[in-house]
Design a protein around this ligand. Sequence first.
Ligand SMILES: CC(=O)[C@@H](O)[C@H](O)COP(=O)(O)O
Ligand SMILES: NCC(=O)COP(=O)(O)O
Length: 241
Amino acid sequence: MIALGVNIDHVATLRQARGGRYPDPVEAAFVAERAGADAITAHLREDRRHMQERDVEILRQTLRTRLNLEMAVDEGVLRIAERLRPNDCCLVPERRVELTTEGGLDVAGQLPRIKAACQRLAGAGVRVSLFIDPDPFQLEAAMETGAPVVELHTGRYAGAADAAARAEELGLIHSAVSLADSLGLQVNAGHGLDYHNVQAIAAIPGIRELNIGHAIVAHALFVGMATAVADMKRLMRESRG
Ligand SMILES: CC(=O)[C@@H](O)[C@H](O)COP(=O)(O)O
Ligand SMILES: NCC(=O)COP(=O)(O)O
């Protein structure tokens, strides 16, 4: 059964629009868990544009499933992760000017730095995942860091301009899953997945977990968070037959 990690960042985006107390991403996480989320993903960005330290502290103390903390290799956030010790940390690239994550982490180009961060988090008892493009060089580098998990960036698949481009990206993802499996890495995937494009990814047998947020939160505006999560879980379940 493929697992669903619900990313609640954009509940916090709505809250930060006025810098108030609601909607509370923690409440969204509880609803998502009751609706079938297997984990909650929260991206504590260095610029704190959405999730706040208060949010991840409460999530760490209250979740019934797992907390997957997404973060850049930023000293301040690393120290928070070492203190909170979430179940999982997923290392992602960040640029303050980006609207959202634009690609995978360049592990191959900064291997000593990423490896040191992985060792610090593993030393704190955290399972580390690396958010990378479906690229053989990045997969080989990810294995060098000792991180047991990779999350394949599905953004280019999700944003493909036409069916041919989407099929090409899907092929790269299939190949990356096979290589990751041969390297002994757990394979997750995420970014830009929605109710129209998720099933082709969820159907790939070697993928253990999908992290999905923006599309679920957007759907939840119209049907509620519980139904939005249940709808996504059903599509993922049906994709496996
Ligand atoms: C790494 C990734 O693809 C997302 O989980 C990330 O959280 C996107 O950043 P925003 O949530 O800020 O859009
Ligand atoms: N790592 C992907 C994630 O957590 C959610 O990405 P998105 O569904 O908000 O694009």
